[in-house]
Each structure stands twice: as C-alpha cells, then as structure tokens.
Ligand binder design. Structure first.
Ligand SMILES: Nc1ncnc2c1ncn2[C@@H]1O[C@H](COP(=O)(O)OP(=O)(O)OP(=O)(O)O)[C@@H](O)[C@H]1O
Length: 413
C-alpha cells in the first residue's frame, strides 16, 4: 500500500499543502519545529483517526483557523491498495462560541466519498509510526501499552476497532450501574445484560490480543536478536486482567513474569470464562463500584534476557527494543493484511549506533513506502540517499532539496 497524494488544510502549521508522494523512501529534512513530525502525524491520522495523544485531537486545527467561529482542518490522502485507487478524507471541525475551551469538536471521515465511522474506516490505510518518545510504551504506564496494542490491532484485525468501542461503552454503563448498586439505588439483576455484553466484546479483544502478542513477539525477538548481535533475548509477557488460565486458589493474577501460552482458548471458552469470573466477583465489584477485570486493565511487559525493561532498561536498550517492536509491528501487519503498512519514522537514526543504522536502512528496502524525518542529512550514507527522495520542510512549506533548482511543492497561503 502507498500514498500517492496528500493534501492538508489548516492542519497544525500547514495552512495549505498539496503534495504527490513518491513510492519507496521519502526523507524529510528540516530544522526543529518546521512541521516534519506534523506531516507524519497527518498520514498516521488517516490510519488511526486519532492524534498521537488522543486527548489532544482538537489541537490539530491550526491556531489561526481555530480563532474563527467555525474552523475545519482537512487531511485528504489518495492511496493505492492492491492495485486500486482510494481516497480517505478526514475533517476536524471546531465550532467555537467565543468561549474557552471551544464548544464543540467533531470529526467526519469519508472513504471513497462515503461517510464512515472511525471503526468502519480503520484498516483501509495502514501505517506504523515510530517517534523517539514512544519508549514510554516500554517504561510508561500500562495504559500506554494498551493503546499501542489497540492502535496496531485496530488496523489489522477486522472487527477489533468496533469491539473496542462497544466494550468501552458497555464498561462505562456497567461502572455507572455498579456505582448505583454500591449506593443501593438499583436492582442487581440489571447487571446481567452488561455482563453478557462485556464478556462478549471482552472475549473478542482478549482472543485477538493473545494471538497478536504471540505473533508480534516471534517477529520482534528475531529482529532484536539481529539488532543486538545475538546478545539479547526479547520476550513479551502478557498479563490479562481476566486470565483464562487457572490460578492458585484465591489468586486472580499471576505476579510472576512468566511467558504463558493462552493460544489454545476458543472465543467461546474466553467468553464463558469471563462471564463466570464477573459473576464470582459480583459482590466485590458492587462494594468497590467498579469493574475490576477485563481488557481495560490488561498489562504487557517486555523482558530482555529475563529482566523487565520497563523497570531496568537502559536508554539505549529501550531505543533498540522500540525499534524491534515497531519493525515487528510493520511485518506483522503485512502478514495479517497482505499489504505493507506505510512506515513513518521520526528522527529514528539520531541515537542508534552505526551497525543498527545500517541494519535499519537496509530493512527499509523491503517496504513499499517509508517516510523518514531528520534534522541532519549527514546521518545517512550517500548510497542510501541516492535511493531515496529528499525534501526540505521549512515553516510548513515543502520543497525538493537543493534549493537552487528547488521546485516548491506546497504554496503557503
Ligand atoms: N495547531 C497548530 N497550529 C499552528 N502551528 C502548530 C499547531 N500545532 C503545532 N504547531 C507548531 O508546529 C511546530 C511543530 O512542528 P513539528 O513538531 O511537526 O516540527 P518538526 O519539524 O518535526 O520539529 P522537530 O525536529 O523539533 O521534531 C511548532 O512550532 C508548533 O508550535
């Protein structure tokens, strides 16, 4: 899969941008704060319909436009998938009423001209994003790891994005009911409906995560072995909050970081097991007024040679592991969907040693399209540069590199 054209309007510092994208590797060079990462973000938005920090979606609308009573940021991407041309358009609409924060923010998504929900349109275009600060996937809160899993799985597993939305809604309703029950102002029989829905959607998510984590681990371990010259064995340890594996009496979570195989459980077994556990925990959950098990509380840990990287990983180890994880994610998407995702790599070379740099740049040749950013072209070897297209980004304007003959690709309005 590859993007052929990208058009932005009022997207961050891009007042207006129209660019044809080359196939293979595009390298965006520029000083800090010129818009390189924003360009990657725009492409990633077409894959996931969420900004890099989900809560900050409305900040995408350019400052200048956001001052108007009605502001619309637009991302339009033309892409080819399995030889067919498609178009995705996202409109981010900010309706201000003069107050702060602005009154309403909503998004509209059109796939080939037809309005779709984000759940329906996710997976049409797939992308994998690498940002240097994504090491927080490894050493940040469990929520970061769940978000990482969700963004990857929503793109490659049919039905996952919808199941996640349905699960989250059911969870909110169930938690609201548990609060009422805690205050004795509802009938406990009402829980049955939400338990069934939660178990159905939760089992789907759990089933998908069990399979995906095992596949990602297999791919990442191989890449990591090569990147570290065979010195580090990478393992993933999935700790689902509802765990279908039998536990010792009275113990609901396995505290030990031991890789376990949960691949044999069917969707029905997971659903029935989850439902049973909800029933077992009912009085405890009513007393606490909250749902205590399920995919919203899952954890995933990463081990190198048996040591937990989240707690003990050095900066270099975290960077290399993130790279292994991201390259594995891209290859996994290709295995799952039959199409290479678009690779979006922000400042990826800056902290890697020469061998890892060379390894990474060689790996890019396998991909159909990759967009990289850098502040320093010297980090790239001349043979690599001769194989890619280099464009310069300056204050929201993109031009071919070598300014003397440079042709401006995006008029800044
Ligand atoms: N909604 C917005 N409207 C206008 N400008 C914005 C908006 N959001 C961010 N910016 C500006 O965009 C710039 C950041 O762009 P971006 O992060 O894409 O730069 P970059 O070239 O990747 O820089 P670096 O190399 O430092 O990562 C900042 O100057 C920021 O103030």
């Amino acid at each position: 899969m590859h993007l052929t054209h990208l058009s932005l309007t009022h997207f961050r510092l891009f007042a207006r941008l129209d660019m044809e994208l080359p196939r293979r590797t595009l390298l965006l060079v520029g000083e800090n704060a010129q818009g390189k990462t924003s360009l990657l973000e725009a492409i990633y938005y077409l894959a996931t319909f969420t900004s890099l920090h989900a809560s900050l979606d409305r900040q995408i609308v350019s400052f200048a436009a956001a001052r108007e009573p009605l502001a619309v940021a637009r991302i339009v991407g033309d892409f080819e998938r399995e030889g067919r041309a498609h178009r995705l358009e996202v409109r981010l609409i900010l309706e201000a009423n003069g107050g702060f924060p602005p009154a309403r923010f909503r998004k509209e998504i059109l796939l080939d001209g037809v309005k779709r929900t984000a759940q329906e349109a996710t997976g049409a275009l797939t992308a994998v994003m690498f940002l240097p600060d994504m090491t927080h996937i490894l050493d940040g809160s469990p929520e970061e790891r769940r978000r990482y899993l969700n963004l990857a799985l929503a793109q490659a597993v049919p039905g996952y994005a919808q199941a996640l939305t349905d699960y989250t809604r059911a969870l909110e309703q169930r938690n609201a009911l548990l609060k009422l029950l805690q205050e004795r102002s509802a009938d406990p029989a009402q829980l049955a409906y939400w338990d069934t829905l939660l178990a159905e959607k939760g089992a789907f998510i759990l089933h998908a995560r069990i399979a995906a984590i095992a596949e990602l681990e297999r791919l990442a371990a191989r890449i990591h072995n090569r990147l570290t010259g065979g010195t580090e064995v990478l393992q993933f340890v999935y700790l689902p909050a509802y765990d279908p594996l039998p536990h010792p009496e009275g113990q609901y979570a396995l505290p030990i970081l031991t890789p376990m195989d949960r691949g044999g459980f069917s969707l029905t077994q997971l659903r029935e097991g989850f439902l049973q556990r909800l029933s077992d925990l009912r009085s405890e959950e009513i007393a606490r007024g909250v749902t205590t098990i399920g995919p919203h509380r899952d954890e995933l840990r990463f081990l190198s040679n048996g040591v937990d990287l989240g707690d003990y990983g050095s900066r270099g180890q975290l960077r290399t592991t993130l790279l292994s994880l991201k390259m594995a994610e891209a290859r996994w998407m290709k295995e799952r969907t039959g199409e290479f995702p678009i690779l979006l790599l922000d400042e990826i070379l800056a902290e890697l040693d020469d061998r890892r740099r060379a390894d990474l740049l060689d790996a890019l040749d396998d991909f159909e399209q990759a967009v990289l950013t850098t502040t320093d072209l010297k980090l790239f070897a001349p043979p690599f540069l001769s194989r890619c297209t280099v464009w310069r980004v300056t204050q929201g304007v993109v031009q071919t590199e070598s300014p003397q003959q440079g042709e401006q690709l995006s008029p800044s309005l």
